[in-house]
Design a protein around this ligand. Structure first.
Ligand SMILES: [Zn+2]
Length: 291
């Protein structure tokens, strides 16, 4: 029985099932029973970070930038900063707790605005967000660039299996073609005239690979033929334009590879929130990000 005793790090209540323990930090045995306990446990960190920023701005004699509250509170920027940061900085404290700072910079008419968030990681990706802020001041930005810059390629290490050499059988190609024409006709019905034009889709082709490699969200859903299809979605920001890219994927068990092949049927970009709601549906199968 002693090997089945798990207690929440915050409320100390017993967690019956090891599967139900929430972890927020890598290489840490801190486990929690609920989102509420995670918030309660980390609140002192969040308050300290808030105080730190206040002190920093006072010492630099910089006015508060409350007008950026819209950016700081914006979910879209949050998702972008989590999944597509321009810079990632890593600092570890004396007891081995690691903090990751993600930064994205965006141009407005007057200034470059930097969105900064501090988070913990689990399984190589963001898990819990301690803090967010935004600034146009380089002095503030530089302060948060602590301590070591994290190489983005470190985040994208995935085992590339031998799919290039895998010949897709003709019957699978036929199935995919059939599914593609169905998905395309649905897409035409769903898309609005304000969205990116179908003729321009090819300009966005390079985002297909990027979406497959590092999706923000993956959903599983059966199509009308009863096959499970996956929908990969990723947000991008190019210059001042933000859009998301959707890839419909046919997951296929390939016995030669002793693995699954994820065959993209169709990819397209969109700027339309309504399209997002249509395609971000089904069963969410990648881990959701906590805030
Ligand atoms: Zn608890």
């Amino acid at each position: 029985m002693i090997n089945k005793l798990f207690f929440c790090e915050c409320c100390r209540n017993q967690i019956e099932d090891v599967e139900e323990i929430h972890y927020t930090e890598e290489n840490s045995d801190r486990g929690f029973c609920s989102e509420k306990c995670i918030m309660d446990f980390y609140r002192p960190y969040m308050l300290s970070l808030e105080k730190e920023e206040l002190n920093l701005r006072n010492s630099l004699n910089l006015i508060s930038e409350e007008n950026y509250i819209e950016i700081t509170g914006n979910d879209h920027y949050l998702q972008l900063a989590l999944s597509n940061p321009h810079e990632v900085w890593v600092t570890t404290d004396d007891i081995g707790q690691t903090f990751y700072t993600h930064i994205i910079s965006t141009k407005t008419e007057e200034d470059d605005i930097h969105f900064i968030l501090i988070c913990s990681y689990v399984d190589g990706g963001p898990s819990f967000v301690y803090y967010r802020t935004a600034t146009k001041y380089n002095e503030v930005l530089d302060f948060y660039r602590r301590d070591a810059k994290f190489d983005a390629s470190m985040m994208e290490q995935e085992d590339k299996t031998d799919f290039q050499n895998y010949q897709i059988p003709p019957e699978v190609i036929e199935t995919m073609e059939r599914k593609k024409s169905h998905i395309l006709s649905e897409l035409m019905l769903n898309s609005s005239e304000h969205d990116i034009n179908i003729e321009d889709y090819t300009k966005y082709d390079k985002y297909l690979e990027l979406t497959l490699e590092g999706p923000d969200e993956i959903y599983a859903k059966d199509d009308e033929e009863g096959d499970e299809l996956h929908t990969f979605i990723k947000s991008f920001m190019v210059g001042e334009t933000s859009f998301f890219y959707v890839v419909i994927v046919y997951p296929l068990e390939v016995s030669e590879l002793e693995n699954m092949a994820y065959l993209p049927i169709l990819g397209f970009p969109s700027i339309d929130e309504a399209m997002y709601s249509i395609y971000a549906s089904g069963k969410r199968i990648n881990e959701s990000l906590k805030n």
